[in-house]
Design a protein around this ligand. Structure first.
Ligand SMILES: [Zn+2]
Length: 333
């Protein structure tokens, strides 16, 4: 890594820290994108594996965009309770109908992640139709990000940080601290193969409902684990620029992760499966264009893919240092 790159990396991390509430950490967003690639049918592999590095690296771009683009934030979540009782089951799946019912201002305020996913699916389909390499990569990595966000239960509620139930800090505890501590024990294989989505809007809404349904348990378990901790053991207080920040300790995250099992792992896998489905559906809707002329699939890459695919099937990616998000580079490079 060059010095410049390292500095850029540090800057990105700092921006994300400043950003506070974002979404799955780098680790999960990158992993979701990588796992989705192995679920694609053969004709899509040369393109998606060929540009895997880019797809994985850019999986976190929408979170970085939040720092400079004020319209970005509501694309990552939906505070369902703010749309009225039972909104989860009654909200129209169509954006125009939702605007008519709630007003655009409400959607921009309380979030609209499922609509964003459908919006991007259309863009991705169009990019495939045009066989535009850069646009395909752009929309494919973006849609994977928002699909993953929709699988975080705390992205579907107005109690997004546990702030309404005296559990402030829960957001990053669940989506960042726990997976970072536990990923070594995760199942990072699924036998799922990308499926065509007849109704993409219904598919992302189903994911939002499934995700939202996990909330009561996730909140209750935090209370349950708290009984075993004193405040001093549970929280880490930091003072930055005269302001006090209270975060959960690693010890608490570890205990919380242990009782949550296997929810976080499951949401990670579901994110990857649905991402593969959306990529595949867009490609199919575009008329299954031949991607050979815009792919980047040398013999060496082909061999690497075959090796990784086997490791994926055996849940060995992490152990064999092939999980991009956790990859340890050899010394001296
Ligand atoms: Zn996000």
């Amino acid at each position: 890594m060059t010095n410049g790159l390292r500095k850029a990396g540090i800057l990105v991390v700092m921006l994300l820290l400043l950003n506070g509430l974002s979404s799955w950490g780098f680790l999960v967003h990158k992993t979701v994108q990588q796992l989705a690639i192995y679920q694609l049918p053969a004709p899509m592999v040369p393109f998606f594996y060929g540009y895997a590095d880019q797809l994985i690296y850019e999986s976190v771009r929408p979170d970085i965009r939040r720092n400079s683009d004020s319209t970005e934030a509501p694309k990552h979540f939906i505070d369902l309770e703010d749309f009225g009782k039972d909104a989860l089951h009654h909200m129209p799946m169509n954006w125009d109908a939702a605007v008519k019912q709630y007003g655009k201002d409400s959607l921009l305020k309380y979030g609209y992640v499922p609509y964003q996913v459908v919006f991007l699916q259309k863009k991705l389909t169009e990019a495939f139709r045009m066989k535009n390499k850069d646009s395909i990569l752009f929309y494919a990595s973006d849609i994977g990000h928002y699909i993953a966000d929709a699988h975080v239960p705390l992205h579907t509620t107005s109690n997004f940080d546990g702030q309404l139930t005296g559990q402030k800090g829960l957001h990053s505890l669940w989506e960042t601290m726990v997976p970072e501590i536990e990923i070594n024990s995760y199942q990072l294989h699924t036998s799922h193969q990308a499926q065509y989505l007849k109704d993409p809007a219904a598919a992302i809404w189903k994911a939002v409902r499934q995700s939202h349904a996990l909330l009561p348990d996730l909140l209750a378990k935090e209370k349950e684990v708290s009984l075993q901790f004193t405040d001093a053991e549970k929280y880490r207080i930091q003072v930055r620029k005269g302001k006090e920040y209270k975060n959960y300790t690693s010890a608490f995250a570890k205990a919380y992760g242990a009782v949550l099992k296997p929810t976080v792992n499951q949401q990670l896998l579901l994110s990857a499966e649905l991402t593969a489905d959306f990529w595949y559906t867009s490609w199919q809707d575009a008329g299954k264009p031949d991607l050979a002329t815009i792919s980047n699939f040398s013999d060496a890459k082909k061999a690497a893919y075959q090796q990784e695919y086997l490791l994926f099937q055996q849940n060995e990616l992490l152990k064999q240092n092939k999980l991009q998000a956790k990859k340890v580079e050899p010394q001296g490079r």
